[in-house]
Ligand binder design. Structure first.
Ligand SMILES: *Cc1c(COP(=O)(O)O)cnc(C)c1O
Length: 207
C-alpha cells in the first residue's frame, strides 16, 4: 500500500486497510488485532454472529459488512456491525435506520454485467443515496465495488475509475475498492479503503 501510494503521489494516511477475515476463525482476528489492525470485513451476518462472542473483549474494533445484506437480516446486521458497506437497496436503509443505532453506510455499486454480483445498478443510485441521506441514524460515507475477478489487475481499472466518477458526482468522500490482486490499481484510481484477505492471511479454504 505504501509503495502504491508513493507511485500515485498519495499520502499513505489517505488509504485505509480493511482486513477481510471471512472463513477464518476468531483467533485470526485476534492475531491481526495484536498487530494493530482495527477494521475488519466480514461477508456473512451469521458467520459474524458465531465469531462475535470470541472477540467481544477487543476494544475499538470496527466490523464492516461487505457481503450481500438480506432484508430479514437487517436487525442482526445493525447489532453486529459498525458499518454496512454493501447496501444496495433503499428499503434496506429504511430497515437499518429503524434499529436506531448509528451506522456508517457505503452503497455497493454493480458496474459489471455479471449476474452473480450483488450491488445496485448505477440507475438506482439517486434513489438509494437520497434514502440513506434521509435516515437520521445512518451516515453515508461513499461507494464500494467489486469488479469481475481477473488475473490482470489492469482489467479492474475502468471499474475503479467509474466508481470514482460516481463518488464525485454524488459528493461522497470514501471509495472502497481494491482487493489482494488489484490494490495498487485501486490506489492509483483513488481508493480510500482497500479490502484485503488473501494477501494478509493466505488462501481461504472453500466453505
Ligand atoms: C473476500 C472479499 C475480499 C478480500 O478478497 P482477497 O482477494 O482475499 O483479498 C474483499 N472484498 C469482498 C467483497 C470480498 O468478498
Amino acid at each position: 500500500m505504501e509503495r502504491a501510494c508513493a507511485q500515485a503521489h498519495r499520502d499513505p494516511a489517505s488509504v485505509r486497510l480493511m482486513a477481510v477475515t471471512k472463513i477464518f476463525g476468531p483467533e485470526v482476528i485476534r492475531d491481526a488485532y495484536a498487530l494493530g489492525l482495527r477494521d475488519f470485513g466480514e461477508n456473512y451476518v451469521q458467520e459474524m454472529e458465531r465469531k462475535a462472542p470470541a472477540i467481544a473483549d477487543l476494544p475499538d474494533t470496527r466490523f464492516h459488512l461487505i457481503g450481500h445484506l438480506q432484508s430479514n437480516k437487517t436487525k442482526k446486521a445493525a447489532q453486529l456491525f459498525s458499518s454496512i458497506d454493501s447496501l444496495d437497496a433503499a428499503k434496506l436503509a429504511v430497515r437499518l435506520n429503524a434499529e436506531l443505532k448509528p451506522l456508517d453506510v457505503m452503497v455497493e455499486v454493480k458496474l459489471s454485467h455479471e449476474e452473480s454480483k450483488s450491488g445496485a445498478p448505477e440507475s438506482d443510485l439517486p434513489e438509494i443515496v437520497d434514502a440513506v441521506r434521509a435516515c437520521e441514524h445512518l451516515t453515508l460515507r461513499g461507494f464500494m465495488t467489486v469488479p469481475p475477478w481477473s488475473e490482470d489487475p489492469e482489467l479492474s481499472r475502468p471499474y475503479f475509475a467509474r466508481l470514482r466518477e460516481l463518488a464525485e458526482q454524488f459528493q461522497l468522500p470514501e471509495l472502497s475498492m481494491g482487493m489482494s490482486n488489484d490494490l495498487e490499481v485501486a490506489i492509483q484510481e483513488g481508493a480510500t479503503w482497500v479490502r484485503i484477505g488473501t494477501a494478509l492471511f493466505g488462501r481461504r479454504k472453500k466453505l
